[in-house]
Write a protein that binds this ligand. Structure first.
Ligand code: GLN
Length: 285
């Protein structure tokens, strides 16, 4: 039986509210816009009706969302910074918290005429590709231990017309030969590495715990394991005058800075995200 769009909206909204999904009104609108193939910011034609097929599609997507499957992974895409990225279960969902790192990288790269960058743990490629998208003089490499993630990143590079300036290397930074494997030195190193202390993973929201790859989340006992390794690699792969930009978990920024200061890098600044959390650690050599 076909349903009017306004009645369907009300029913989707009340089911999202009952399941305690955050921003239920927005999500109801986005789910309906998806089945109606409307742009996210287009008004819903509330007087019209959904076809049987659209009702089925909506019910399938809604049942996933009610089980706390993340909306972006149901839709298969996520807006981040200025661009849209393909996402799936193999990559961390890009977060607004990370946009400050991109903004900072674009600013520094433009002011200091940086030309080459490396992104450790590139995942969907959202950091690397956002920076390359805004700084046409730059080229860069995304490194990830997950071949499936790199597949997503390479598709994103293609969609954004950046394949010519973005390369990808399937390697782990704990690999002994990682510096050799990279085969060049860079002006800028960025990373949003896994930084959740292992014991905290079980307490994360279902959307994160069950649908972001564990590899992208688990930062070892104190959450700093990967920063320590990146600080060992950095001197081997950076040019003189190079910059390092790192995302920090809550309460980690000062400790991360110390890890890099111990290797001779100079802390320039720690920038807060939009929630006033110290989020982006900026260092140089
Ligand atoms: N670089 C990607 C991002 O910031 C993935 C990070 C990760 O998987 N830890 O979204």
């Amino acid at each position: 039986m076909p349903f009017s769009i306004s009645k369907t909206f009300d029913s989707v909204l009340s089911r999202l509210i009952a399941a305690r999904i955050p921003s239920p009104r927005l999500e109801a609108r986005l789910l309906l816009a998806e089945v109606l193939q409307l742009a996210e910011n287009q008004l819903l034609p509330s007087g019209a009706e959904l076809t049987q097929e659209q009702c089925h599609l909506l019910e399938n997507m809604l049942s996933l969302r009610l089980r706390h499957y993340p909306l972006c992974k149901i839709l298969g895409r996520k807006g981040f910074y200025k661009y849209d990225f393909i996402v799936d279960e193999n990559v961390l969902s890009p977060r607004p918290d990370t946009e400050i790192l991109v903004e900072t990288a674009v600013d520094i790269a433009s002011r200091k005429n940086l030309r080459t960058m490396v992104d450790f743990g590139t995942g969907s490629g959202c950091i690397l590709l956002s920076v390359l998208g805004d700084v046409p003089e730059m080229a860069g490499i995304g490194v990830d231990i997950s071949a499936a993630a790199l597949n997503v990143a390479a598709r994103n590079a293609g969609n954004l017309g950046l394949s010519g300036r973005a390369g990808f290397i399937n390697a782990g930074w704990f690999d002994e030969d990682i510096a050799v494997c990279l085969g060049q030195k860079f002006d800028l190193m960025v990373s949003n590495p896994p930084y959740i202390p292992s014991a905290d993973i079980a307490g994360l929201a279902e959307e994160v715990r069950a649908h972001d790859p564990l590899l992208a989340l688990d930062g070892g006992q104190d959450g700093l394991r990967d920063y320590r390794r990146l600080a060992e690699i950095a001197p081997l792969i950076l040019k003189p005058g190079a910059y390092i930009l790192l995302e920090a978990g809550i309460g980690q920024a000062r400790d991360i800075a110390s890890v890099f200061e111990d290797k001779g890098f100079v802390l320039e600044h720690i920038r807060n995200d939009l929630n006033s959390i110290p989020r982006c650690v900026i260092l140089h050599n």
